[in-house]
Design a protein around this ligand. Sequence first.
Ligand code: AMP
Length: 334
Amino acid sequence: MPTYLSLSDSSRWVALDESHARAMLERRGVANPQLALLPAAQRVEVVESGDNLRELVWECRRRGRTTGLVPTMGALHAGHLSLVETCLARNELAIATIFVNPTQFGPNEDLDRYPRTLDADLTALEAAGAAYCFVPSVDEMYPAGCTTAVAPPEVARRWEGECRPGHFAGVATIVLKLFHLAPTDDAYFGLKDYQQLLVIRHMARDLNVPITIHSCETVREPDGLALSSRNRYLSEGERQTALAVPSCLLAAQEAWTAGERDSRRLSNCMETTLREGGVSDIDYAVVVDAQTLEPLEDVGELRSAVAIVAARVGATRLIDNRVLSNPSTNADAD
Ligand code: AMP
């Protein structure tokens, strides 16, 4: 059950559990935060049909109201809600989507046991101020005979693309379908899934999608672990071990700040931190070009590099990243 938190500098309410609520208020420098359970200010309207969703968005457009899209797979946490918050800072209406997309899961992945918490998700979305939530069935998104798929851009080839064959084709296809069903002004994606964000940006550019893609900072636990719907798979012990993942990014950042620009040494430093922290099942832990994700020997000349990591803690696969910027550059996945 989420705690509904009043942000003292905002008239809106967001739904968070207590530790995230307190951490968020601390980040904002609010002393002695008051946490309160309150009913949601408005009801989120659940939409199950793609045609109805498209009609709703067009109606908003006809009335001159700006709309933003926040695609998710549900099991919502404060990271997802921060996307809704960012959306509402720019758009009048936030449209969230919840769909566990089967085509982006490999045969041995966690599609069947992926957490599904629709009631809690809708409560959280209501509290965050989302107007609509699109919750289609698999048949709605992939009716019988639906065989067309998007070939993902080049930036999808390495890393997640190699570890999870077919994953980005599934992501690009579902996101493009959502863009067609919800032709909003803007769409919001997390930097947490850095390569996915680049894939979506490139696809939107290459296929002339008239929606502006925005990236949102990764929301983390107070101890640094990036929020993820999959964190709930971790046992207490694994949760501690998982801290090696953000630690290896910090190690890369520290080496970078100290002047290291040899990507092999930066990557070694990440891997050493992971292994010392008890994480040995590593898919990749590397520092690469932040725009292309190509590995380079010397990343010193780059506008920005990014440290990316994917590793298994127990049976749970975690991914995370950190952009390493040269001074005077604006690090984003733009
Ligand atoms: P998912 O439900 O995991 O597919 O994520 C839906 C959206 O939320 C994606 O754009 C993710 O990048 C974003 N997201 C997931 N975790 C976080 C996080 N910890 N902070 C910010 N955004 C996130």
